[in-house]
Ligand binder design. Structure first.
Ligand SMILES: NC(=O)c1ccc[n+]([C@@H]2O[C@H](COP(=O)([O-])OP(=O)(O)OC[C@H]3O[C@@H](n4cnc5c(N)ncnc54)[C@H](OP(=O)(O)O)[C@@H]3O)[C@@H](O)[C@H]2O)c1
Length: 259
C-alpha cells in the first residue's frame, strides 16, 4: 500500500471507521486525503489520523488518489460525482459506500469512468470484524478485483454479492449493530447496578453475545429450539411488540433505499 494514495470524498463516520480499520492492520499509504464540507468532521479526522491531509469543500483532491472511497449519503452523491468527473486517474478505483446509487449510475455520472466498486460497509470494520459485501463493475478484471479485495480484507469479510442485494445487506449488516448495541448498553448499566465491576460486566456480556450467536447460527438446531433452551424469558410479553417494530421500521426503509 505504501506506494498508493487513499482518498475519501466525505470524512464522516464511515471514513473514520475505514481509516481505523486500516490503521489497526498497520496499512500505510503514500498519502491519505480526506474532503468534507464540515470543518468539524475534518478536525475529527485530523485528531485521529494526524498524517491525513484534509480539504474543506474540495472533493477534487481525494479524487486524484489511487483508491477513492465515496463516503457520502445518496442525496449528496450526484453533485460530488459531477465535481470529480474528469479528475479520476485512468488506473484509479472508486469505491462507493452509498446504497441506492447503482454502478451504472455512478459510471454515467462520472462520464463513463467504469473502474467502480460498491461496498456496503459495517461499523465492526473498525476492529477488522466487518461484514462488507461488495459488487464490482463488469469492466474490472480479475487482477483488479483481487487487488481491491486484498485491501478491503483488512476490514473483515468482504464477500462478492449481486449488486441487486446490496440494500438488503445495508438493512441487515450495516444497520444491524444499531438494533443490538443500545440493549447491551442497558444491560451494562443493570450489571453495574447489581454490583459487578465494569470489567466483569463487559466480559460476561461479550461472551454471552458471542455464545448466543454461535448457538443460534452454528448449533444446527432450528431457531425455535434454540430459543426454547431457556425457559425463563423476562421480556416474553414484549417480544411481539418488538418484532412488529422491526417489520414496521425496516420494510419501509428497505423500500426507500432500494434503487
Ligand atoms: N456509518 C456506517 O456504519 C455506514 C454503513 C453503511 C453504509 N454507510 C454509507 O456511507 C455513506 C456515508 O455515511 P457516514 O456514516 O459516513 O455519514 P456521515 O457521518 O453523515 O458522514 C458524511 C459526511 O459527508 C459530508 N458531506 C455532505 N455533503 C458533502 C459533499 N458534497 N462533499 C463532501 N462532504 C460532504 C457530511 O457533512 P454534513 O454532515 O455537514 O452534511 C458528513 O460529514 C452513506 O451513504 C451511508 O449510507 C455508512
Amino acid at each position: 500500500m505504501k506506494n498508493r494514495s487513499l482518498g475519501f470524498v466525505g470524512g464522516g463516520r464511515v471514513a473514520r471507521i475505514i481509516l481505523e480499520g486500516f490503521r489497526r492492520k498497520g496499512f500505510e499509504f503514500a498519502e491519505v486525503v480526506v474532503s468534507d464540507v464540515s470543518e468539524e468532521a475534518l478536525a475529527r479526522i485530523r485528531g485521529h489520523y494526524p498524517g491525513a491531509r484534509t480539504c474543506l469543500g474540495d472533493n477534487k483532491a481525494p479524487a486524484a488518489c489511487d483508491l477513492i472511497f465515496l463516503a457520502l449519503h445518496p442525496p449528496a452523491c450526484g453533485a460530488a460525482l459531477d465535481e470529480i468527473r474528469g479528475i479520476l486517474r485512468p488506473e484509479a478505483v472508486l469505491i462507493s459506500l452509498a446504497p441506492k446509487v447503482t454502478i451504472v449510475r455512478l459510471s454515467e455520472r462520472l462520464g463513463g469512468f467504469s473502474r467502480v466498486v460498491r461496498m456496503i460497509p459495517n461499523a465492526p470494520s473498525l476492529v477488522g470484524a466487518g461484514y462488507n459485501p461488495v459488487a464490482f463493475s463488469l469492466t474490472l478484471e480479475d487482477r483488479d478485483r483481487a487487488a481491491i479485495t486484498g485491501v478491503l480484507a483488512a476490514l473483515g469479510e468482504c464477500p462478492e454479492v449481486p449488486e441487486k442485494d446490496l440494500e438488503a445487506y445495508a438493512i441487515l449488516a450495516a444497520m444491524g449493530p444499531t438494533y443490538f448495541w443500545f440493549q447491551w448498553e442497558e444491560l451494562e448499566r443493570l450489571g453495574a447496578g447489581f454490583g459487578l465491576s465494569s470489567e466483569e460486566v463487559r466480559k460476561a456480556l461479550a461472551a454471552t453475545v458471542s455464545g448466543a450467536a454461535q448457538a443460534y447460527f452454528q448449533s444446527g438446531l432450528p431457531a425455535e429450539e434454540v430459543m426454547d433452551l431457556i425457559p425463563v424469558k423476562p421480556l416474553k410479553d414484549d417480544e411481539e411488540d418488538i418484532r412488529s417494530k422491526y417489520r414496521l421500521r425496516l420494510n419501509p426503509l428497505y423500500d426507500k433505499i432500494k434503487p
